[in-house]
Structure formats: structure tokens, C-alpha cells
Design a protein around this ligand. Structure first.
Ligand code: IPM
Ligand code: MN
Length: 341
């Protein structure tokens, strides 16, 4: 097995604390990784004014994958790093789906098992940045913020979600949107959903309005298997799903370019958590699972499955040092039976 070339962006705050644990566990599981660290994020911006130099973006294109910790420090105004770094990478590398799995033996709230995946469209919607100001700063000012929804972008996202659902035991795919109010975008999403799922008779499908989906996620999350939704709804729903599944410290994500025209990027759902940064008590599980998703995407399904099994056997312990959680997961790995799980 030749080593996978991984660009590592630890980023800011707890990002720099959890990423080493993810790499430690990945290597303990047998992954051959050839890593190059990139200093990007708030620290670099405050020191040099650079967010993502073009030359760095071009270098990143040459890797097999990117592992990112978290971006953001309180001293940097909101939007600078989000738009200039994270969203720029998602858009420039055409990471058109954001896959966010959630699993819990007992959900917070309803206390039922949940095992669902949110497939969030990752390059369009309100995140595309359409809009602008008129007369900014005056009493007559106007701000618009549009939502960009292309048939192409929506269809490829729903197709990905359909393929994913077809490979799971329940084969159930739910569209979440707000068709009762967003008559244009919602109409495009539902017609595309109908057309794509009509080609997949093996799937059962449902539709929920996003507000109702929030209630269902808390009260009856077992109803969902794969959810497909737009960029902003996916952002909000996945924070909720993370909380319901036992805490955002365990929620992982894969920003995928399924066409593999460049590297995909793997990152925890959580942010840089400046409130606990430096205490070395952040839960690295989300970063560990993100690394497992990366390995799975790189064709290392067996290694990924071992990491997932070790994580499942290592429940969270509030306040446990970050490195101790990494070690606990690595110890579990070593106790797994040899061979394919
Ligand atoms: C996420 C984050 C980002 C998003 C922010 C940091 C731009 O909240 O990955 O969910 O909104 O997508
Ligand atoms: Mn978010």
C-alpha cells in the first residue's frame, strides 16, 4: 500500500489539539499517511493578512485529501475566514456534497437509537454569496441575500444522496426543504427529487418541511435514514442532529468531490471553540471520525471500519484530556479482532 498524501490544516483553537489525535488514531489503525501541514486560519491571517493565497490553493489541489481541524478566532471579524478560506475551498475544489453522519445508541431527548446521514448541498444556496447592498449605512439602506439553486447542482447532490441511501439497510431518502414558502427553490428541489428518485424504485422517500424536521429530529429521529437538503438548512439541521446524537464533539463531516477531479476535505462539524481552546480537554472524536471518513473515501474501507468500531466502543467522558481520548480509542483499536470486521 503506498502512502496517501494528505494536506493537514489544523487551523485555530481546538483544531490544533484534535487533529494530532486524528492522525495518531489513523496511523495506529494501519493507515500510511504522508502529511504536509499548512498554516492557515486566524493565526496566519492576524500575522500576515493572508487568508488563502492562490499558490497555496493550487498546491492543495495536488493532494489526495485535506484534513482540517477548525477555523476561526474571536479577533478576526466574522466572514473573513469563513468566506475566504472554508467556503473558498468548498467552492474552488467543487466539494459539492457535505456528508454528515450521526449515530447514537440513545438519542438526547427521545432516548431512541438513531443512525442517519445528512447530505447537505455544499456549493450553492444562500452560501453562493448572491446579493448586495444599496445605500449601505443610510436610513434607506437595502440588503438582499439570494439563494442560488441550479438544476445541475441540486440534481448531482440528490443523486449522491440516492446512491448513498441505496447502499444502506433501510434505503430510505428524505428531502428536507421549505416548499410551502420558498416557492421557487423549493419547487426546483422537489421536482428534481421526484425525477431522480423515480429512477430508483428500491428507495422509499419522504418529504419534511425544515421546521417540522427539527421537531422530528428531537422527538422521533429514528424516522430518518438519509436526509438530503440545501446548504443553509443542512448547516442548521446538522448542528441540531449533532446535539441530539450526543454532542457536537462527536460529529464528523466529509466535503466530497465525488467526481474526484481533486481532493476532498474532511473536518469536524464543530468550530475552533475558543472558550475551551488551550485546556487540552476538547473531544477529538469528531476529528478521528472525519479521518475515518477520509480513509474510507480513499479506498481504505477496512481501516475506516476499525476506527469507527473503536470510536463506538469509546463513549465520551466530559473533561477527559484530548490526548487521553485519542489514546483510549487507539487502545480499543488494538483490542479489536484481527482481519476484516
Ligand atoms: C459548518 C460551519 C460553516 C458553515 C461556517 C464556519 C462557514 O458552520 O461547516 O457547518 O456554515 O458551513
Ligand atoms: Mn455549521
Amino acid at each position: 500500500m503506498s502512502a496517501h498524501r494528505i494536506a493537514v490544516i489544523p487551523g485555530d483553537g481546538i483544531g490544533t489539539e484534535v487533529v494530532p489525535e486524528a492522525l495518531k488514531v489513523a496511523r495506529a489503525a494501519g493507515a500510511q499517511l504522508d502529511t504536509v501541514d499548512y498554516d492557515l486560519g486566524g493565526r496566519r491571517y492576524l500575522a500576515t493578512g493572508e487568508v488563502l493565497p492562490d499558490a497555496v490553493l493550487e498546491e492543495l489541489r495536488g493532494f489526495d485529501a485535506i484534513l482540517l481541524g477548525a477555523i476561526g478566532t474571536p479577533e478576526v471579524p466574522p466572514g473573513v475566514l469563513e468566506r475566504g478560506l472554508l467556503l473558498r475551498l468548498r467552492f474552488a475544489l467543487d466539494l459539492y456534497v457535505n456528508v454528515r453522519p450521526f449515530r447514537a445508541a440513545t438519542s438526547v431527548g427521545a432516548g431512541v437509537p438513531l443512525d442517519l446521514v445528512v447530505v447537505r448541498e455544499n456549493t450553492e444556496g444562500t452560501y453562493a454569496g448572491e446579493g448586495g447592498f444599496l445605500r449601505r449605512g443610510t436610513p434607506e439602506e437595502v440588503a438582499t441575500q439570494g439563494s442560488v439553486n441550479t438544476r445541475f447542482g441540486v440534481e448531482r447532490c440528490i443523486r449522491y444522496a440516492g446512491d448513498l441511501a441505496a447502499g444502506r439497510a433501510r434505503r430510505h431518502l428524505s428531502l428536507v426543504h421549505k416548499t410551502n414558502v420558498l416557492g421557487f427553490a423549493g419547487d426546483l428541489w422537489s421536482r428534481t427529487f421526484e425525477a431522480v428518485t423515480a429512477e430508483r424504485p428500491e428507495l422509499t422517500t419522504t418529504y419534511s418541511h425544515v421546521d417540522a424536521a427539527c421537531i422530528h429530529l428531537v422527538e422521533d429521529p429514528g424516522r430518518y435514514d438519509v436526509i438530503v437538503t440545501d446548504n443553509l438548512f443542512g448547516d442548521i439541521l446538522t448542528d441540531l442532529a449533532g446535539a441530539v446524537a450526543g454532542g457536537i464533539g462527536r460529529a464528523a463531516s466529509a466535503n466530497l468531490n465525488p467526481a474526484r477531479t481533486g481532493p476532498s476535505m474532511f473536518e469536524p462539524v464543530h468550530g475552533s471553540a475558543p472558550d475551551i481552546a488551550g485546556t487540552a480537554t476538547a473531544d477529538p472524536t469528531a476529528a478521528v471520525v472525519s479521518a475515518a471518513m477520509m480513509l474510507d473515501f480513499l479506498g481504505e474501507g477496512d481501516i475506516a471500519a476499525r476506527i469507527q468500531a473503536a470510536v463506538a466502543a469509546t463513549p465520551p467522558e466530559p473533561g477527559r484530556p484530548t490526548a487521553a481520548t485519542g489514546d483510549a480509542i487507539a487502545t480499543r483499536l488494538a483490542q479489536l479482532p484481527a482481519g476484516r470486521l
